[in-house]
Design a protein around this ligand. Structure first.
Ligand SMILES: *Cc1c(COP(=O)(O)O)cnc(C)c1O
Length: 353
């Protein structure tokens, strides 16, 4: 007797990057921030009030909503907070897409969770291949019959970013379709569409604390958009989990948002390392699209992606590899501290020599 549903038996879940314990790797495989969270976050955690743990948290993470509204220049009713931006993305499928509708449109090479969510929520998909230079085929996406779009900007795993003006033209040209901009890496680019959510009722921007704020372990993400879109996400949340942001995460994220100086400094150092590492990879003969994120997509050198991944792993450096068409020629490398990046580059020199 198999007790699993047809869905549970048939679906292919998302595969997260390896989180190996024991051996100490130079861990450049899951786009975590190499710097610790703001010291203010750690002070806030140490000072947690036991009552905040004894009681249920605010169902809408109200204090965090207010802090984020201030950061994004919108009102609290334009902010939705969830248990990681993955959860916000998940809830967006039932909130904005019908099972018998024209479907969700996204690129063939992008965050692979979109396809998993679509299957899980029974939403049809329209998949549009990237251009040969890995840029998004925005015209082909416009031409696709669909109910809305998922656009990771900067895109994963290529790191390529689309400027705000170009994204605005896209959003403006599809007023009757929702555009969901997944801005998980936007702080490393600085072209967020969040301010445009006041102008476009069809635009939802989704961000996370996992990357630029060094809080992947806290599991917190949020959406910015018109209050009608936010209300739709709230409805879905309250059909599933009333309290997705726990009291600890809410307090930590408020403290992180309020330390804008620290955030800016760590982002700046990652951005500067990104260009140094990319220049070195290009020198070694790798093809590396210009990245606007905290990682580099490097490949097509004299070794396959898999060989580079495996030999780096043997040498104690973890990067991400996918055994899929196009992707298998590349590895995705998170930008680490200068010392971590030096360790990576030294190993790559050895592997290629
Ligand atoms: C990391 C990532 C996310 C989600 O991260 P959370 O930790 O769930 O907030 C979403 N989209 C993209 C493209 C990502 O790379």
């Amino acid at each position: 007797m198999d007790f699993l549903s047809k869905k549970a038996r048939g679906i292919t879940p998302y595969t997260a990057g390896e989180q190996l314990r024991g051996k100490t790797y130079v861990k450049l495989n899951t786009n975590e921030n190499p710097y610790p969270p703001s010291p203010r976050v750690m002070e806030t955690l140490a000072r947690m009030n036991p009552d905040d743990l004894r009681r249920y948290p605010r169902p809408d993470a109200g204090r965090l909503r207010e802090a984020l509204a201030a950061r994004e220049g919108v009102s609290p009713e334009n902010i939705f907070c969830g248990n990681g931006s993955d959860e916000v993305l998940a809830l967006s499928f039932p909130a904005f897409f019908d099972g018998d509708g024209a479907g969700a449109c996204f690129a063939d090479i992008t965050y692979s969770f979109y396809e998993v969510f679509a299957a899980f929520f029974g939403v049809p998909v329209k998949i549009v291949p990237l251009m040969p230079d890995f840029t998004l085929a925005l015209d082909a996406m416009l031409a696709a019959d669909c109910q809305g779009y998922y656009i990771a900007n900067p895109n994963a795993p290529t790191g390529i970013g689309i400027a705000r003006a170009e994204m605005e033209r896209f959003v403006a040209s599809v007023p009757d379709r929702i555009v969901i901009a997944d801005e998980a890496y936007m702080d490393f680019f600085g072209e967020s569409l969040a301010p445009l959510t006041k102008k476009y009722a069809n635009l939802l921007v989704i961000k996370t604390f996992s990357k630029s704020y060094s809080l992947a372990g806290m599991r917190c993400g949020y959406a910015v958009g018109d209050s009608a879109l936010i209300a739709g996400l709230m409805r879905m949340k309250d059909c599933f989990n009333s309290y997705p942001v726990d009291a600890v995460a809410e307090a930590a994220c408020v403290a992180a948002v309020q330390d804008e100086d620290y955030h800016a400094r760590t982002v700046k150092s990652i951005v500067s390392e990104r260009s140094r590492v990319r220049a070195e990879l290009l020198n070694m003969g790798f093809t590396v699209p210009e990245s606007k994120a905290n990682f580099l997509f490097a490949g097509r050198a004299s070794r396959s992606g898999e060989e580079i991944y495996q030999r780096l792993k043997d040498a104690g450096v973890l990067v991400r590899f996918w055994d899929k068409p196009v992707l298998r020629d590349f590895v995705r490398i998170t930008v680490g501290t200068p010392a971590e990046n030096d360790a990576l580059l030294a190993q790559l020199h050895q592997i290629l020599s």
